[in-house]
Design a protein around this ligand. Sequence first.
Ligand SMILES: [Zn+2]
Length: 279
Amino acid sequence: MSVELPEARILARQIGSELPGKRIESCALKDCERLQKIGFMNRDAADYQRLIGGAVESVVSRGNTVRVKLDNGWNLLVTPEYGGRVLYHAPGEASSERYHLRLDFTDGAVLTVRLTSMGVIQAVEDDGLDGSYIYRRDFSETLSPDDERLTPELFSVLLGDENRMLKGLLVGKNAIVVGLSNSAFQDIAYRAKAHPKRKGSDLSEDERRALYGAMRLVIDERLRLGGKDKFLDLYGNRGGYTPAMGPHMKGQDCPRCGSPIEGLQVSGGVTYICPACQR
Ligand SMILES: [Zn+2]
């Protein structure tokens, strides 16, 4: 389960419809020593106590990161990239006991955040945002894949004549778009019939268009259907988008051509492909 641009945006919209104006009364951490040690959470637990007293001013997402901005100069950054649960509990509602961070608001509402894999939950001052790796990466100048300024023509220019593999062009900190991880990438590459190790410079104009179209389709459908099928939104509702390609297809036959789906080692991770369709 990964939270990429569509899921982060869904969470940001939902948090933005519930929390603005609410003031944080208390903050609790649970079972997070390991996460603090590896840098997924602030090493100094006292940072989270600085959120107390702040009222939520605005909620935005960019890339895979949700930023909850408070009126006391502090922010909560949430990036459950490889899995996590961000849940809202209305005043009076029973709340989840499984969390790494829990915020209680003065009206009785509760927000719980739990990472189930790699991800980030940070408390950061306005002045310190640029010191946050995920903030720098996601709140950057890089365009979102569904930004209206990103036309097929511009996408083709950005893919350019670069001697870089497609995965590196679309995923990671040097990507030409922000907010895609391997999960979305393998879905996009399969739909576009593109091999992940193809070089940007090798793609024909038609192949570039196909890649652009597949990228837009995956983002739009995931937004429209409430996220990926393993994603739980702020209210615990499951997303309705099933990726065309991913670990669930391992050993299965390609729905297009019948060839067995394979896992391919690319840039430090496994990307699932159809070796016949994606050349
Ligand atoms: Zn195939």
